[in-house]
Design a binder for this molecule. Structure first.
Ligand code: ACO
Length: 382
């Protein structure tokens, strides 16, 4: 019996969710009832966490409880730091180190869904920042419980006390807007991977370890590094046309453009573009920012001309690269930082799947032979 195959599960609806609405035709993203552009630049990451985990924004008392629940779970187990040291000695890429470190968070703890969600979200900044410092030959910093989640993320990388001017409100706010913006996005590949694992009633640490592996690929969360590389490669506006055209003629994909669901501009690109605009007015390399705007415009024009009929627009990754670069993050930390925001959505999806979901188990159409006869090893042609 031949059944229809939907390669890449495109257009297949696998479950319902209350977490986010991704309207690909209208370019609209809604987080638990709130338009992304309404909530992402205004809410704290902790408020966003309460919204995704419980379905509503917190009261003052609830926010205090959640803030201290996260702050008190920032310290990493000794074995996690040991593994990070070993990974740094081997110069392991940061996403692989993050995946390995996260899987150790089960050590010495009994499985508990909500507890696991808090611990995972709280631990990402210490893992990412601590690992990056080890790679630079520096020691990881002690965790602090007096900083917000976004401030703590910057502190774990840059050290608030020693960096010029400390973390800075503008920087923390820009990072917080970014983390909120990418915190959830329907059934993207990494979230789906996490839900598949959770659907077997496995635990959150396992599910999120798998999700990190899915996010790493350049077709998903691995695009911002290459997107920024393209801007650097172009170097000056007058080279944009030639470099981009050359890439397209060679059949290359432009990183930071195109999306499986959005057939119009990714609304997250606008939120991050506004955050980048705010940020680069006061700090950072304004010239690079202007160049990136020009590169985006040129890329859109050339994509329309060279790939006619395909709706290729700017996606979230283009402005991710620009914003995170402005915050002083190295390209190797772009995808781990994406993971630090998305771990919130992953964990909320796992909780939703565990409470209401069904085992995810699609089928395949077999297209190999069926009539082979077994031959003893000695009788097989060499
Ligand atoms: N540059 C040039 N051409 C492109 C691009 C691009 N960025 N994206 C798609 N195309 C072309 C493809 O070559 C293909 O052409 P063809 O029909 O002649 O073969 C056509 O558009 C359709 O491409 P698909 O791969 O079928 O589209 P899909 O929905 O699978 O792709 C994806 C979505 C993977 C994001 C794709 O647009 C891409 O590779 N973009 C670049 C990588 C990127 O920015 N990834 C981040 C996505 S956002 C996120 O995951 C957080």
């Amino acid at each position: 019996m031949i059944r229809e195959i939907r390669e890449g599960l495109e257009g297949v609806v696998a479950a319902s969710t209350r977490l986010s609405l991704v309207d690909g035709a209208a370019g609209r993203l809604v987080f638990a009832g709130y338009l992304a552009e309404e909530i992402a630049p205004r809410a704290s990451f902790e408020e966003m966490a309460h919204l995704l985990w419980t379905g509503r924004l917190p009261s003052v008392a609830e926010l205090e409880t959640l803030t201290s629940a996260l702050a008190s779970r920032r310290r990493l187990p000794a074995a996690t730091v040991l593994l990070m040291r070993e990974a740094a000695r081997h110069r392991t890429p940061a996403m692989d180190a993050l995946r390995m470190a996260v899987s150790t968070l089960s050590l010495g703890r009994a499985e508990n869904d909500q507890e696991d969600a808090w611990t995972l979200v709280a631990a990402f900044p210490a893992i990412i920042g601590g690992y990056w410092r080890l790679r630079q030959g520096l020691e990881p910093l002690d965790v602090r419980d007096d900083l917000s989640h976004a401030e703590h993320f910057l502190h774990q990388i840059f050290n608030v006390e020693t960096s010029a001017g400390g973390v800075g409100r503008e920087r923390a706010r820009a990072l917080e807007t970014y983390l909120n913006t990418v915190s959830d996005h329907g059934f993207n590949a990494s979230t789906f991977a996490a839900r598949v694992i959770a659907s077997t009633h496995s635990d959150l640490v396992s599910a999120i370890t798998g999700a990190i592996g899915a996010l790493k690929g350049p077709l998903h969360g691995g695009a911002p590094g290459p997107a920024l590389e393209m801007v650097f490669e172009i170097g000056k506006p007058e080279r944009a046309e030639a470099v981009i055209l050359d890439k397209l003629k060679r059949g290359e994909r432009l990183m930071g453009f195109g999306h499986r669901v959005y057939k119009v501009r990714d609304p997250r690109a606008d939120i991050l573009a506004a955050a980048a605009e705010r940020f680069y007015t006061t700090e950072g390399d304004r010239e690079l920012y202007q160049l990136a705007l020009f590169v985006e415009k040129t890329a859109l024009r050339l994509l329309a001309k060279e790939r006619p009929g395909r709706p290729l627009h700017t996606n979230v990754e283009f402005y991710t690269a620009l914003l995170l670069h402005g915050l002083g993050l190295p390209p190797e930390l772009f995808t781990p930082t994406f993971a630090a925001g998305r771990v919130l959505g992953w964990s909320a999806h796992c909780l939703e799947q565990l409470h209401q979901g069904r085992l995810i188990r699609p089928e395949s159409v077999y297209n190999g032979p069926t009539e082979q006869r077994f031959q003893a090893l000695s009788q097989r042609a060499s």
